[in-house]
Design a protein around this ligand. Structure first.
Ligand SMILES: [Zn+2]
Length: 153
């Protein structure tokens, strides 16, 4: 049974619980011919990371407009409130079993099929894949990116 490394688990844990369920199931379903496994690239992104992704062209939007940038206010006992960062999206790719070598020519269609199969099994609706964004007049398919169908929350 493949397992995420701790750093990947920490990234995944910044995501909405529905994404955590789907990705955990997809890890079991994703068995590429290479012998690799599913790898969690990104969950929640702070301002610096989001704007860096925008600058290098891997995101079409700046902070705080990505579903990777959500912040919820959580009421605490008494009068307090805490701000809790969470992501309505996750970025995935293929890696070796150890999670130390990322495969950037991942078989994206195969990965997406497994993600949508996992989503069906978990009764979670994902946004149609892939999202396409336009930067400087050039269209980019955001292949590693999966987000919930209702990503306005
Ligand atoms: Zn993304």
């Amino acid at each position: 049974m493949p397992q995420f490394r701790r750093v990947e688990r920490e990234r995944l844990n910044t995501c909405h619980p529905s994404i955590i369920r789907v990705v955990t199931r997809a890890l079991e379903l994703f068995c590429p011919a290479s012998g690799g496994r599913l790898f969690v690239v990104d969950g929640w992104r702070g301002e610096r990371k989001q704007n860096a992704c925008y600058a290098d062209g891997t995101s079409g939007v700046q902070w705080p407009d990505s579903p990777h940038n959500k912040i919820a206010s959580h009421t605490l006992p008494g009068d307090g409130a805490a701000l809790i960062p969470y992501s309505l999206a996750v970025d995935l790719c293929e890696s070796d079993q150890a999670g130390s070598v990322l495969v950037w020519d991942t078989e994206w269609d195969y990965l997406a099929i497994r993600m949508f199969q996992a989503a069906r099994e978990c009764d979670v609706e994902l946004h149609p894949w892939p999202i396409v964004f336009v930067r400087h007049g050039r269209e980019t398919k955001d292949l590693p990116h999966f987000q919930l169908a209702d990503s306005n929350g």
